[in-house]
Design a protein around this ligand. Sequence first.
Ligand code: DGL
Length: 265
Amino acid sequence: MKVGVFDSGLGGLTIVDAISKSFQGAQVFYIADTLFAPYGEKSREQILKHSLDVANYLIKTHEIDALVVACNTATSAAIKTLRASFPRLIVIGTEPGIKPAMQITSSKNIGVLATPATLSGEKYQLLLNDLSKEHDVKVHESACAGLVNQIENGRIEDKQTFKMLQKWLEPMKLNSVDTIVLGCTHYPLISKIIKDIMGAETMLIETGSAIAKRLKILSSQNGHTKQGSLEITVFYTGEIKKDMINMILNRWTDGGKIEVRDTYE
Ligand code: DGL
């Protein structure tokens, strides 16, 4: 079984990390589309084009059986088109975990941290509208422009990153937020800072293990039963910080820089 996974950068490796804990016997081809990162500050049309380019590359070059969109922003802009364009492919998206957050909050106040494109996207708005009918929970959102860049550049233990988060999180703290949705796959990498600001008891919701579970179910329905190791190869379109990969995944293979362009017209 061959699984393609992509994100604008290295954040989606947090999803690969979760997959590697419960999924076996497959080859994983990861694309960090860093040439066009961050996706979350681009138009829907641009994000859709980059997502289709990467998906086409993974299908043509690596003949993948499943595609994991390890990016909330790309899922919001492109998941419908990806499913319609590749009907025989298993396609799994990533969505902010608002539902579990609404279910577990005690203070009835949750926070959502995500990219500007995810928060303004129709998909998120529809999800929020639906869930708001069932749960009496106040949702406090922050569109974290610039945060993906900080993380991609390895500025995790950094004063500026701390200050940016403080600006977004302090209002949540004042409003008794006890649960925060990490609505971008880069954000689990800054969990520690979020807890430092909000308090250690704050619950953080990420979606990696849910995606891993979904991949496991759908691939076994398609006949994948193979056990054994997972081979992970990381490709990138622009620059990447390789030590970040080592930090997120303890084992990896460098597939090298690739050209993912104009595969989709
Ligand atoms: N990891 C992506 C997400 O989940 C970040 C998108 C970006 O590049 O802004 O939304």
